[in-house]
Design a protein around this ligand. Structure first.
Ligand code: ADP
Length: 177
């Protein structure tokens, strides 16, 4: 059973690739974005309001909240193929994931990095916003998405070296899309 991390900035096409892994290969997706959005809609969640404000700004939700949400799910899905989508997003989360998996005797098999030229990414995001007139997510606006790219550069990219050292990084270059 495979455990795969998908790494990449917003708009890189991770969602499209996850869908293929789910539909064709029976992977289960653990998306911290989805788990957090569930919390914002749950009126009994003590963190709902806080999470919603952070997501609207495009910042990272605190590690404690995110880690607690995801770790439970991992042990439930231990014997399944899992894609981690949107997690880890900083070095601490990557280290905690590694440690938590070891505790239940599993290891990541691959981390796949989606690399997209940041200029192309900004253009793609602008097009996506222009096209999505309906059903806009509250964080689907230019300001927040640009912020999320900054957060990616400042926090998430450091995971790449961590995974390179562990030798399970598969690089995926995406040009010009
Ligand atoms: P997308 O799939 O569009 O790239 P996500 O749904 O993964 O975006 O994330 C949306 C927002 O949820 C992020 O901007 C961030 O505020 C929050 N978030 C998601 N995953 C994490 C995480 N692992 N750590 C901290 N915040 C997160």
């Amino acid at each position: 059973m495979k455990k795969i991390v998908l790494l990449g900035p917003p708009g890189c096409g991770k969602g499209t690739q996850s869908k293929i892994l789910i539909d064709k290969f029976g992977f289960f997706q653990l998306s911290t974005g989805d788990l957090l959005r569930e919390q914002t809609m749950n009126k009994n969640s003590p963190y709902g309001q806080e999470i919603s404000e952070i997501m609207k700004r495009g910042d990272l939700v605190t590690d404690e909240i995110v880690i607690n949400l995801i770790i439970d799910k991992v042990s439930d899905l231990k014997d399944k193929n899992i894609i981690f989508d949107g997690f880890p997003r900083n070095l601490n989360q990557a280290e905690v994931l590694d440690k938590s998996l070891k505790e239940i005797s599993i290891e990541l098999d691959y981390a796949i990095l989606f690399e997209v030229d940041f200029k192309i990414l900004e253009k793609r995001i602008q097009n996506r916003i222009a096209e999505s007139v309906n059903e806009k997510r509250s964080d689907d606006n230019l300001e927040t998405l640009l912020k999320r790219i900054e957060v990616y550069k400042n926090n998430t990219l450091s995971i790449v070296d961590f995974y390179k050292k562990k030798k399970f990084l598969e690089q995926l270059m995406v040009w010009n899309q």
